[in-house]
Write a protein that binds this ligand. Structure first.
Ligand code: GDP
Ligand code: MN
Length: 390
């Protein structure tokens, strides 16, 4: 789960990380300018689009301004159209919130982040003196400028590790700044571990002309598997940033991920779902989604899953591939039949049904009003469904 910059900064504040003062606003917020004047020192101020995508600076989503009038103009401009950045795709993202902050005079822009390195199964601190908007290019062309240290899980972060990074800066900053950096690294580590992050990134981590160290940007991604113990963070989840069908599926506990192809697939079990996507591709077509209804699915969940697949306009044929074990074939059939009654099924349906109560499941489907083709096995199912779209 991703957090917005303003939410990530709120978290950072709780862990004592230095972030600029700021105000969050929505379109048509009449009091914004008054609040900026009263609550934020400045000029300059920085007006920042709040979307779950990076590269905002280069896309026009971050504006440094020097008058209250310009705060207003910048806010209106940012709200006026979808923001297109390298990470949003060409259609861009609608901006529903902005963050207005006290601007700072930047002396140096550094990069600091933490991730989990899956290869070594350790948290890693990443640090670079070439922070800012071109960090991707720096990493690609001059990877030696991006430093990283693995953190021994049994020891945790130590100021020794911090110094091993900071002393590679060129020039090495003065003592008080070094102290500031050591402190920021320690606090970022605490935040990362306590919040079960998969990513915590500060780019740029700024050294100001006054010699302060400040997190000018903030990005946090929480490991979804830890959300059960991060309830407070989970409450910050922004539904506006999600695919509407995925959001609907989440409500019904369905593991549904939308993809780019045109074959809808409903499957039980993540392994079978992946294998189904493979055979669809091998048959020459592309899956429109991943959907694992899971072992414990009931009729309602099955019906909802089927409906969600059909609501995707891209879907031109659907493959239902069920190996009835814990999920019995008759339960599946009832769910599909009930959903088919509710929604108008306009695309061909291919069904491969095996396992517990298979006969009963087939009977229920035969007696339903829905038309469908029955496949002998999985490969046959993939071939049949592919023929429907080619
Ligand atoms: P991103 O492009 O989405 O990563 O957005 P950032 O929050 O990193 O902002 C982009 C760039 O705007 C930063 O790299 C800075 O160079 C610049 N910027 C952000 N805040 C300030 C500020 O307070 N003062 C100045 N001078 N520049 C800023
Ligand atoms: Mn940034």
């Amino acid at each position: 789960m991703k957090l917005h910059e303003y939410q990530a900064k709120e978290m950072f504040r709780k862990f004592g990380l230095p972030v600029p003062n700021g105000i969050v606003a929505e379109p048509g917020d009449d009091e914004l300018i008054e609040m900026v004047e009263l609550e934020l020192s400045g000029p300059p101020w920085v007006v920042k689009a709040q979307i779950h995508a990076g590269g905002r600076g280069k896309g026009g989503g971050v504006k440094v301004v020097n008058s209250l009038d310009d705060v207003k103009v910048a806010a209106e401009t940012i709200f006026s159209k979808p923001l297109v950045t390298k990470q949003t795709g060409p259609e861009g993202k609608k901006v529903t919130r902005i963050l207005v902050e006290e601007g700072v005079e930047i002396d140096r822009e550094l990069y600091l982040a933490m991730v989990i390195d899956r290869a070594t199964a350790k948290p890693v601190m990443i640090f670079s003196q070439a922070g800012g908007m071109d960090i991707e290019e720096v990493a690609e062309k001059t990877p030696e400028k991006v430093l990283n240290v693995a953190i021994p899980p049994d020891v945790g972060w130590t100021s020794y590790l911090a110094r091993s990074l900071i002393y590679q800066l060129d020039p090495i900053p003065e003592r008080s700044i070094k102290k500031g950096l050591v402190s920021v690294m320690g606090k970022l580590y605490k935040a990362f571990m306590s919040l079960d992050c998969s990513l915590a990134e500060i780019n740029p981590l700024v050294i100001t002309k006054n010699g302060d160290v400040l997190a000018v940007d903030a990005k946090i991604t929480i490991d979804d598997n830890a959300l059960f113990r991060q309830k407070r963070v989970y409450a910050l989840d922004d539904p506006l940033e999600k695919d509407p069908l995925e959001l609907e599926a989440e409500k019904y506990n369905l593991n549904y991920i939308r993809l780019d192809g045109n074959i809808g697939a409903m499957v039980n079990g993540a392994g079978l779902a992946m294998a189904t996507m493979d055979v669809i591709k091998m048959a020459g077509a592309e899956p429109a989604n991943f959907l694992d209804v899971g072992g414990g699915a009931d009729e309602d969940m099955i019906g909802k899953g089927f409906e969600i697949i059909l609501r995707d306009d891209k879907v031109k044929a659907v493959l239902i591939n069920i190996f009835g074990g814990i999920l019995r074939c008759d339960v599946l059939a009832k769910g599909v039949a009930a959903a088919a009654k509710k929604v108008d099924v306009k695309v061909p349906i291919i069904i491969r049904l095996e396992g517990t109560n298979m006969e009963e499941g087939r009977r229920i489907l035969d007696e339903s009003a829905m038309e469908f083709l029955v496949a002998k096995d999985m490969v046959d199912a993939a071939d049949l469904v592919t023929q429907q779209v080619s």
